[in-house]
Design a protein around this ligand. Structure first.
Ligand SMILES: Cc1cc2nc3c(=O)[nH]c(=O)nc-3n(C[C@H](O)[C@H](O)[C@H](O)COP(=O)(O)O)c2cc1C
Length: 164
C-alpha cells in the first residue's frame, strides 16, 4: 500500500485498511518509493487525497511522472482517496479518477470500484457509470461511515486481487 506518510487523514485511512487486511500488507511512502520497489508488487493499493480543486497533492509530484513511463501490465491496483463532498462538490475525490486513468493507461487492471450511492456532490472525475473508480472516503462529512466502508472494500479487494 502506497501513500504519503505526510498526509493526515489518508494515513489514518491507510492504517485502518492495513488493520483490516491483517498479514501480508506493507506500507510504503509515496515520497520515497523507488520505481523498482513499486514494480516488485503484483497487487497494489494507492492512497490519494484530492487537493487544489481536483488535483493530486504535491507528495505525488515525483512518483506520478515515473508512473507515466512504466509498464504496469499484469498488475492489480486499487485506489482509495479522501475528499470533501460539501466543500468541493465539483471536484469530489477527483484524485481517484486521475490516478485510476493514469494506471489504466500504463496497462494496470484497476479494481476496487464502489457505488456512488450515499454521497452528494455535483461532479467528480472519479465517476464511471454509477461507480467511483476506487473507494471514496469523506472524513469531514461522513466520518462515521469510514470504518464500515473500509471493511467492505478490503473484503472486495481480497477477492478481486485473487481473480487475476
Ligand atoms: C487546499 C485544499 C483543497 C482541496 N480540494 C479538494 C477537492 O478538490 N476535492 C475534494 O474532494 N476534496 C478536496 N479537499 C479536501 C481534502 O481532500 C480532504 O480534507 C482530505 O481528507 C485530506 O486528506 P489528507 O489529510 O490525507 O491530506 C481539499 C482540501 C484542501 C486543504
Amino acid at each position: 500500500m502506497i501513500y504519503s506518510f505526510n498526509t493526515k487523514k489518508t494515513s489514518q485511512a491507510a492504517d485502518k485498511i492495513a488493520q483490516e487486511f491483517g498479514k501480508g500488507i506493507e506500507k510504503l511512502n509515496a515520497e520515497s518509493i523507488s520505481e523498482k520497489e513499486f514494480q516488485s508488487f503484483k497487487n497494489l493499493i494507492l492512497g490519494v487525497p484530492t487537493w487544489f480543486d481536483g488535483e493530486l497533492p504535491n507528495y505525488w509530484d515525483e512518483l506520478v511522472p515515473a508512473l507515466e513511463e512504466i509498464n504496469l501490465k499484469g498488475k492489480n491496483v486499487a485506489v482509495f482517496g479522501n475528499g470533501n463532498q460539501k466543500g468541493y462538490p465539483e471536484n469530489f475525490v477527483d484524485g481517484i479518477g486521475l490516478m485510476a486513468r493514469l494506471l489504466e493507461s500504463r496497462g494496470a487492471r484497476v479494481v476496487g470500484f464502489t457505488t456512488v450511492n450515499g454521497y452528494e456532490f455535483e461532479s467528480s472525475q472519479a465517476v464511471r457509470g454509477d461507480q467511483f473508480t476506487g473507494l471514496a472516503l469523506d472524513f469531514e462529512n461522513q466520518a462515521s461511515q469510514v470504518n464500515k466502508k473500509i471493511k467492505k472494500w478490503v473484503e472486495q479487494l481480497k477477492k478481486e486481487f485473487k481473480t487475476k
